[in-house]
Write a protein that binds this ligand. Structure first.
Ligand code: 1PR
Length: 583
């Protein structure tokens, strides 16, 4: 596969190793946006003849090495790297350069860099594994790659294992990052480099780094890469001094697009009030814009992540016609931050009786450009089955399948709880209770003035109850392999009165994976409040951003003032790719 359409002989040709795991689409899109002519390949001979080689990867160390063995890529890769030819490894593409990893005991890595990859040990610091989000780096050696970094610049990390500092690796260290302890987040030696973070998903800062790599790898780099490197992240803050960390772990601000077809059949971004997306009195489906254009706007305004939820599930659609595939494919050409897609990720049977597994649906979304998928109803059903089995995993659920193939960090579970008010603890029949008269409550009350409630996990966006307690579901999906929880609250959705703090606190305490608080944001202070009161890693909003009542920059300013590290608000407008035309 070669892209884009305007390829010509003067374009810089780069080789992107696509060995069948993880999402290579994001890196492909970033390289195309920087003006490269990208050859996507899994052939040993293409590695041998590459002029500049990119080695991306997400997933597990062992399965990645097995795949490289199967495709006879191990020796060509070793030879290419040992010859010191231009190479950039990303994430798992960095880890596999080492001799081994605690993730897959007994499996040998490429062994071109000395040392072993180890498990994060951050629990004592109150941090989550996987590390999902934006963090800084400190340069350990002078390198053109990091030359454009400014103080405050953050890059996007997603990983559960990391390279510890050691004497063996010391001569290779390009940069380090702090997450609990200090770990090696980049290695380099001449024209060979590898980084733990995802430059292709790190906005203008990451594109600048990719641009700098291209500029230092070839005598004739693409002009757009050179321009991106020169522009850096667009910040006017001082350049980063040697050894100084550019930033610490940041709280994430997520923009969410609920997408569905309106009555005229057009795909629109809509927004509910307590999940009712029609104008009052059962009118038209609310239309707040077009998905690709809105996603791009949020990227440019500094959203740290964009989530698309297909809220109708397009239940009869054959896999290949899922409308959200096109949305993802187009959005990922212009949004260089993580994209998550949810809604309808489950086993599908189309009108002709053709079956597709949830994993195949997820595969299609990853190939289209998603970085994570989010499971709703199917995850709640998987949790029920897990609980009925007495809390054992048997490998039969979509969470397990997706998490095994793409890594836990790529498998989000979105839950839609609804409050069930009870008169007293006895009436709660053992469910986990939240007290809305307590310090985190905002005076919310049930119909008979109750202040205690438990939260029922609903199915199909609130259309069906499950009888399951949201805390049970959260723990079960974590055990099954989910890497992150998106916690909505039907009662608060679209109400602008703030997040449901008792719910968020309860779930944050119940799991050790990152939690995204969702539903109810109405003001910048609601974000700093949820971070302060509940320690969630991220907070998501929809209606305030769609209606421009609150800007993403205002949210970030408010959080920063309240003492929470956030990624610098705005990404400068990109001229790399044209806006999508087909909406
Ligand atoms: O069950 O796997 O097909 O997934 C369906 C997905 O669609 C779930 O993630 C579910 O949350 C979502 N969904 C289904 N129906 C609706 C609806 O609104 N009728 N929307 C729906 C969920 C909730 C949030 C919303 C926040 C923030 N939307 O994502 O964006 O509440 O809103 P706010 O800032 O305006 O308060 P499956």
């Amino acid at each position: 596969e070669v892209g884009p359409g305007d390829r010509n002989s003067t374009m810089t040709r780069v080789t992107l190793l696509d060995y069948g795991a993880g999402n290579v689409k994001s890196l492909y899109n970033a390289l195309v946006a920087l003006g490269c002519d990208v050859e996507q390949t899994d052939k040993p001979e293409a590695v041998a003849s590459a002029a500049i080689l990119f080695f991306p990867g997400v997933g597990a160390f062992g399965s990645c090495m097995a795949m490289l063995e199967r495709k006879q890529l191990v020796e060509p890769l070793r030879a290419y790297i040992r010859a010191g030819r231009p190479f950039l490894g990303i994430c798992l593409g960095m880890q596999t350069l080492f001799e081994s990893s605690e993730e897959s005991p007994g499996v040998a890595g490429l062994g071109v860099v000395p040392g072993a990859v180890g498990r994060f040990d951050v629990a004592s610091h109150g941090l989550c594994v996987p590390q999902i989000g934006w963090n800084g780096v400190a340069a350990a050696q002078p390198s053109p790659l990091l030359g454009s970094l400014a103080e405050g610049d953050a890059l996007y990390f997603v990983h559960s294992f990391r390279v510890p500092r050691s004497e063996a690796v010391a001569p290779w260290v390009l940069c380090e990052t702090e997450y609990g302890d200090r770990f090696v987040s980049g290695v380099a030696n001449g024209k060979v480099a590898a980084v733990q973070f995802h430059p292709e998903k790190s906005g203008a800062v990451g594109l600048a780094l990719l641009g700098a790599f291209l500029a230092s790898s070839t005598a004739e780099p693409p002009p757009r890469a050179v321009a991106a490197a020169a522009a850096g992240g667009g910040s006017t803050r001082p350049r980063l001094g040697a050894g100084k960390l550019s930033a610490g772990p940041c709280r994430r601000i997520v923009a969410c697009l609920d997408v569905r077809a309106n009555d005229a059949g057009d795909l629109v971004v809509t927004k509910g009030d307590q999940y009712d997306c029609r104008e009052k009195g059962g009118g038209e489906v609310r239309n707040l814009g077009k998905p690709v254009a809105l996603a791009r706007r949020y990227y440019e305004e500094g959203a740290d992540e964009v989530t698309f939820l297909n809220i109708t599930g397009f239940r009869e659609c054959p896999l290949t016609d899922l409308p959200m595939l096109k949305v993802l494919a187009e959005a990922s050409r212009t949004c260089f931050v993580p994209l998550c897609v949810g809604g309808g990720i489950k086993d599908l049977v189309d009108a002709q009786g053709t079956r597709s597994s949830a994993l195949q649906v997820a595969d299609a979304y990853f190939r289209a450009g998603a970085d994570k998928v989010s499971l709703g109803s199917d995850a709640a059903e998987a949790a029920r089955a897990y609980l009925e089995r007495g809390g054992t995993c048997d490998g039969s659920t979509s969470i397990e399948a997706i998490s095994a193939k793409y890594g836990a960090q790529a498998c989000v579970v979105s839950i839609d709880p609804r409050r069930v008010w009870v008169a007293d603890a006895a009436a709660a029949e053992g469910h986990a209770l939240a007290d809305h008269a307590g310090p985190l409550g905002r005076g919310g009350r049930g119909p008979a003035g109750e202040s205690l409630c438990w939260y029922e996990c609903t199915l199909q966006g609130g259309r069906k109850g499950s009888g399951l307690d949201v805390v049970q579901v959260a723990r079960a999906v974590e055990a099954l392999g989910a890497g992150e929880l998106l916690v909505n609250c039907i009662d608060c959705d679209g109400q602008h009165a703030g997040f449901d703090l008792p719910l968020m606190a309860m779930l944050k305490a119940a799991v050790s994976i990152p939690v995204i608080a969702s539903s109810g944001a109405g003001a910048p202070e609601h974000f700093s409040e949820v971070f302060r009161s509940t320690q969630v890693e991220a907070a998501l909003a929809a209606s305030i951003f769609h209606r421009r009542t609150v800007a993403i920059s205002a949210v970030k300013e408010c959080c920063a003032t309240a003492g929470f590290a956030v990624r610098a608000a705005a990404t400068p407008s990109q001229e790399f790719a044209p806006p999508a035309e087909s909406e």
